[in-house]
Design a protein around this ligand. Sequence first.
Ligand SMILES: [Mg+2]
Length: 365
Amino acid sequence: MKIDNIDVYLVSTAVKGNIADSTRQVESVGYVIVRLTTDTGLTGIGLTYHEVGGEGIRQLILKNLSTRVIGKDPFDTEAIWEDMINYMRGVGRKGLAFCALSAIDIALWDLKGKIVGLPLYKLLGGYRKKIPVYASGGWTSYTPDQLVAELQGMVADGYKVVKFKVGVKEGKCPEEDIERVKYVRKKLGPNIGIMIDANNAYQASTAIRVGRQLEDSNIYLFEEPVIADDMEGLAHVRASINIPIATGEHEYTKYGMRDLLLNKAVDIVQFDVTRCGGITEWMKMAAIAQAWNVVVAPHCMDYMHMHLVGAIPNGLMLERILTFEPVSELVFVDPPQPKDGFLEIPDKPGLGLTLNEENIKKFNE
Ligand SMILES: [Mg+2]
């Protein structure tokens, strides 16, 4: 069996309201969707995001990476991955190029699942099929009462753990952040898990000041307190406060995973299959984390990550970013919905996702 064709589709939707975190305004959310077709007519799909650069990802796949995939056996994922890496050696070590590579690799794995007739979590390891999921939102652009209202809505929908943003006014008002977190804890009560995400906003010294003053607020995790590239700063924060540190949504490959661990910079890793190198690489990163007794709570894309967290023993939880729900409803037919804070993996082959062909066509005419 050989890959015969690659199609790439873009879907994007405008975000309603004033949605911003500490370091960027979110104006639109969307997916780049890769569809591989074999010479026997089977198809596999893979996805990545495009907050920025979707057209660039599409062109890189269609004009360049397609030449490394067409004619190949979909089961040769290691060989295809290595070939794509070598081909992009000088220009594609992170960023958009890795989004493109990741989407292709995911589509190959979806195909493999469909060929053998197994859901991916079974094919990859089969650890569990019901995974805890937390709700994520709570933007810094909200007033404290808007923030609490959104989080209370999440709790009313059955979530036991919620995540919101800190770093108001681009991280320049840490005292306001501390007040907001304490206000949320007071309003949600003691039994809801609270995660906070600074989206790279602080210097290490500020993050330590914020963290120390929140140590009695029972914070589940403190995410990306400093810029993702500052592993030493992150290690300094981790060693200085008594709150678990999470990071990794901006990390790539097994080498990035190794460096986070060697720097003692992380308690909970959050690498994202749609960026870090696809399923082939994600599984290796998870195994490296396991060797350091570190748990994995991947960033966003709960529909795909459920298969991966469902295949490993050191998976913690899935993230469901509420801002992505409308675009996911457009792209997929009947996407899985969480119930009482859990997602259950459906018994369908591959990723188990069906594209809404009509909507995809409308966006790509
Ligand atoms: Mg984050």
